[in-house]
Design a protein around this ligand. Structure first.
Ligand code: GDP
Ligand code: MG
Length: 439
């Protein structure tokens, strides 16, 4: 979606408490971003209602603040709208599996056939054949023949004769020659048209396909969904291939199709090369749409690793200014458990400038800093001022840890940075409070 939603999400991920006003404001941003992404109105209404209902009625998970929890709900709902699970091809247990493809002209049908053929051969080790039944332009047959040659997949064709005849003969040929899977290319039009539909119905009658896959062009946004609905009503399609995803950053088509047409999205085509094709993953698409990979990962690792009490404790200490080397040591351990530091810091608004400094701290440096802290006396760890005031202490600690005095100074800086960050955060929570009072 647009940066608008991402901004709104980031604003609330830092928040401790959310009230209904926050959620309403959030939902307004969600609605606007979905509109900008060209998502169908009906889908938008359903979507925002569901998210709001869940956000209001939900208990807060430990390890997440309410803002992060809303992000999680939005993410889960995006996934649900696109189908939750991946759906593959249903192959016949034995004998020939027939896949018929349909779709408007230019949506990427022929290209998708090439990709799907190569995909099935590679992942299923099945013997694949194509049938060229797009009989209105010689160029359409040539295109499929070229793909077949390139992929080393046999193309059955009889030129520009009746599609039904080609399909009938082609299927016989496939059975006689023990192919496992046949994919049929059919004629599209620029718009839905009765003649095209009738021809497809006739071909379906003859082919009795196991799958009817519809290609929809992601770049057409919600139009893709209404087109899909018409195809589905007349042909009872079994799945969609969403094409040209490489040119679509908005996600309007992906979000609208399933809810409007009821067709599951089975595959995604995302480029002109033959291997730019994959099983459609609602989860991946949802993170792409949300564009908040870092926050999502954080939410995941937070639910797994962080003891909430421990984190709150740490936070309070930092805020109160009694933060010392023992706390820093604990924090190192926590950060290590959680993984990348930038992920943790990235979601706290306003700490961007400290992020880089801490980001340079790798595992080895954590190790080194831990050793330095361990060669401090308990009094020094609890009271950082002792070290500030005495260069003798700093030299002793450096010697004890087998490092340079400069390393000890770097550690002092790290402690300072944490304190600075705490100040920044407490300032922010104060202004949050003011905002709430204004409301
Ligand atoms: P058909 O008329 O439905 O059979 O569509 P084609 O397969 O001939 O594709 C129409 C145009 O879209 C061609 O120029 C393709 O190269 C291009 N195309 C197809 N799929 C994709 C895709 O996933 N990404 C991009 N960028 N272009 C695609
Ligand atoms: Mg074509």
């Amino acid at each position: 979606l647009s940066s608008r939603l991402q901004m709104a999400m980031r604003r609330i991920t830092g928040k401790g408490k959310l009230n209904e006003t926050d959620i309403d404001e959030m939902m307004r941003e969600v609605r606007l971003s979905l509109l900008e992404a060209d998502v169908n109105l009906k889908v938008i209404r359903q979507f925002t209602n569901n998210v709001k209902e869940k956000a209001l009625g939900q208990k807060i998970l430990s390890g997440l603040n309410p803002g992060q929890q809303v992000v999680k709900i939005v993410f889960d709902e995006l996934k649900r709208v696109m189908g939750d699970e991946t759906v593959g091809i249903s192959y016949k247990a034995s004998g020939l599996t027939t896949i018929m493809t349909v779709g408007l002209q230019g949506t990427g049908k022929t290209t998708a056939i090439g990709k799907l053929g190569a995909f099935i051969r590679k992942t299923e080790k099945k013997k694949v054949m194509f049938i060229a039944a797009d009989i209105y332009r010689p160029a359409a047959i040539d295109q499929l023949m070229t793909l077949g040659k390139q992929l080393d997949i046999f193309v059955y064709q009889e030129g520009l004769i009746k599609a039904q005849t080609i399909v009938k003969n082609g299927l016989k040929y496939a059975k006689d020659n023990l192919y496992d899977v046949v994919i049929i290319d059919t004629a599209g039009r620029l718009n839905i048209d009765a003649e095209m539909m009738q021809e497809l119905i006739d071909v379906k009658e003859i082919a009795k396909p196991d799958e009817i896959l519809l290609t929809v062009d992601a770049m057409t946004g919600q139009v893709a969904a209404t087109v899909a609905q018409s195809f589905h009503e007349q042909l009872n399609t079994t799945g969609a291939i969403i094409t040209k995803l490489d040119g679509d950053t908005r996600g309007g088509a992906a979000l609208s199709i399933r809810e409007i047409s009821q067709i599951p999205i089975k595959f995604a085509s995302n480029g002109e090369k033959m291997d730019a094709f994959e099983v459609f993953h609602p989860e991946r698409m949802a993170s792409r749409i949300l564009g908040m990979g870092d926050v999502l990962t954080l939410i995941e690792s937070a639910t797994q690793n962080i003891d909430e009490d421990e984190a709150m404790d740490m936070m309070e200490k930092m805020m109160s200014g009694t933060y010392n080397y023992n706390d820093l040591l604990k924090q190192f351990k926590m950060i290590k458990r959680m993984g990348s530091i930038s992920k943790i810091l990235g979601f706290i608004p306003g700490v961007g400038k400290y992020k880089d400094a801490l980001n340079n701290v790798d595992d080895k440096q954590f190790e080194k800093m831990s050793v330095i802290i361990h060669s401090m006396t308990e009094a020094e760890r609890k009271n950082p001022k002792l070290i500030e005031d005495s260069s003798r202490r700093r030299t002793r600690i450096a010697n004890g840890a087998g490092v340079q005095v400069a390393d000890v100074n770097r550690l002092r800086q790290a402690l300072d940075q944490q304190k600075q960050m705490a100040k920044q955060m407490s300032k922010m929570s104060e202004s949050d409070m003011k905002n709430v009072q204004k409301d």
